[in-house]
Each structure stands twice: as C-alpha cells, then as structure tokens.
Write a protein that binds this ligand. Structure first.
Ligand code: MF3
Ligand code: CO
Length: 267
C-alpha cells in the first residue's frame, strides 16, 4: 500500500531530508586519498548526534544487522559496501549512501564522488558519473501527479542506455516516509504507462544504480556488498523527492559547491 504524506506532515520530510543531505555533503567532503571508509563512518556517527535535538538515527545501522552508519561502495561496488579499513586512493569512485530518521520520518540520498576530484577519473568513469546523474535528474523532472511510475523508470533506463551504460535490475528505489522502505518499489527500467499513478503526497527515493560494463551483479561473501560481475566501475545517485501539485520537490538537496559536480557534466 502506498502511504501519502499530508501537506502539514511534509515539513518533517523536509527536515529529515535536509539533515540527510547535509550529512551526505559532510561525508563527501571527507573523501580524499589516504582516508579509510571506516573513518568516514565514524565521522558520520558523530555528525548525526549534532543534528537537531540530537535524536537523528542512521537508517542503515542495525538494518537486518548491517554494521555501518552509512554504505560506502568503491569502484566496482554497486551498493551496501561496509565501511572499514579500506584506504581510499586517488581516482577511486566512492558511492556514499546516507539514510536516516528524525522524529519518525526518513530521508535517503546517495552520490558518487571521485577521490581527488573529477580530473582524477578516466573519461569513461566521468561518462558513467554524468550519465547516472543525468538519469536521476531527467527522471525527477518528469515527476508530477498523473504520470505512471513506470514512465519515470523508463526515463532512467533510456537515459542510461543512450549514455552507453547499463542499469542494475536487482535493486530498486522505493517509497520512503514513516519507514525507510515503503511501497512502491521504483525500478530503474520498464515500459512506460504501467504501474501506479503518481499522486500528490507520495514521497519516493529515486536511485539509479548504473554500471559502466554489463548489468549483472553479485553479492560478496560478506553478505552485503553488491559488485558488478565484470568488475567494472559502477555509480549510484539518489534523491528523496515529494510529489507535489506542480512536480517533484527534492527533499534531500545536496550542495553543488564541490569540485566534482562542476566537472562531471563537461565530460
Ligand atoms: N539507503 C539504502 C537503501 O536505499 C539502505 C541501505 S540499508 C543497509 O535501501 F542496511 F543496507 F544499509
Ligand atoms: Co534508497
């Protein structure tokens, strides 16, 4: 069942959305050569306690036993990478997936950044990042009441295919509100004109997971980390959005003031 957020409740979704976006930004600012993913996790844990009245919680920590405050997935790791001793190196691409709750509402957002900035990545990896980001932005721009959910899914897939990359099919976006994962699932592929129709008050996590090579993925023996089967790099961008009368409101607005986002779009 798809649960709606009433207009007077939306303030809570905006609040937690901004908190999670700020946390994601702060974690991205800590991505640099020599830093371990565990150090970023430790930072995130402390940062959460500084938000609002101090009761903000990670949505990852303890979720089916997941041990991290956030997910950090490097290079061929698609999602659910566990923070630890791995030392980040110049040119690595790092997906930071930050979700959490505040006063009973959840926000969820992700971005992939390059260690050392966009110039440290190959042209191919920059294309992967650009295409993934564009697929998210294109999908979000198409969101408004009355469109089918699968119209959004279709747009993601189309944008990714036109950019010469592939969509991961085993994992999807999702409704998000009073729980981290709610109906409906939001696949990143599909035929237009199918599935639920979007209504004002729906809140959704839109999150294309995109591979540079083939679409196939597998789960590592840690039971969590999802990697591309061919070992090629993979990217992930995510916003939590609200469906409003005139279109989508991005509830997790990241800053655009980092050196990466300015450079991706240029190729
Ligand atoms: N943010 C992730 C999502 O969209 C949540 C990961 S939960 C974890 O589903 F346990 F895997 F971390
Ligand atoms: Co999500």
């Amino acid at each position: 069942m798809i649960k709606l957020i009433a207009p007077e409740e939306m303030i809570h979704m905006r609040t937690v959305g901004r908190m999670m976006a700020n946390l994601l930004n702060a974690c991205c600012d800590r991505v640099r050569p020599g830093v371990t993913t565990g150090e970023i996790d430790t930072f995130a844990r402390a940062y959460l306690t500084t938000l609002g009245d101090g009761t903000a919680c990670s949505g990852c920590l303890g979720y089916n036993g997941y041990p991290g405050v956030l997910c950090i997935s490097v290079n061929e790791e698609v999602i659910h990478g566990i923070p630890g001793a791995r030392v980040l190196q110049r040119g690595d691409i790092v997906s930071l997936d930050v979700c959490g709750s505040y006063h009973g509402y959840y926000g969820d957002n992700t971005r992939t950044v390059v260690v050392g900035g966009a110039k440290a990545a190959t042209t191919e990896v920059r294309r992967l990042l650009r295409v993934t980001r564009q697929s998210l932005e294109t999908a979000v721009k198409a969101i408004r009441p009355g469109v089918h959910l699968s119209d959004i899914s279709y747009l993601v897939e189309k944008t990714v295919a036109e950019g010469g990359c592939t969509v991961v099919r085993e994992y999807t976006g999702h409704g998000v509100g009073r729980h981290l994962h709610e109906d409906p699932p939001v696949p990143n592929y599909g035929k237009p004109g199918k599935g639920p129709i979007l209504h004002e008050g729906m809140t959704l996590a839109i999150e294309p997971m995109v591979n540079l090579g083939k679409a196939a993925v597998r789960v590592l023996s840690d039971g969590w980390t999802v990697v591309s089967r061919d070992g090629l790099p993979t990217a992930h961008f995510e916003y939590t959005v609200a469906v409003l009368k005139d279109g989508a409101e991005i509830l997790t607005p990241w800053y655009e003031v980092d050196p990466w986002s300015a450079d991706w779009m240029k190729s």
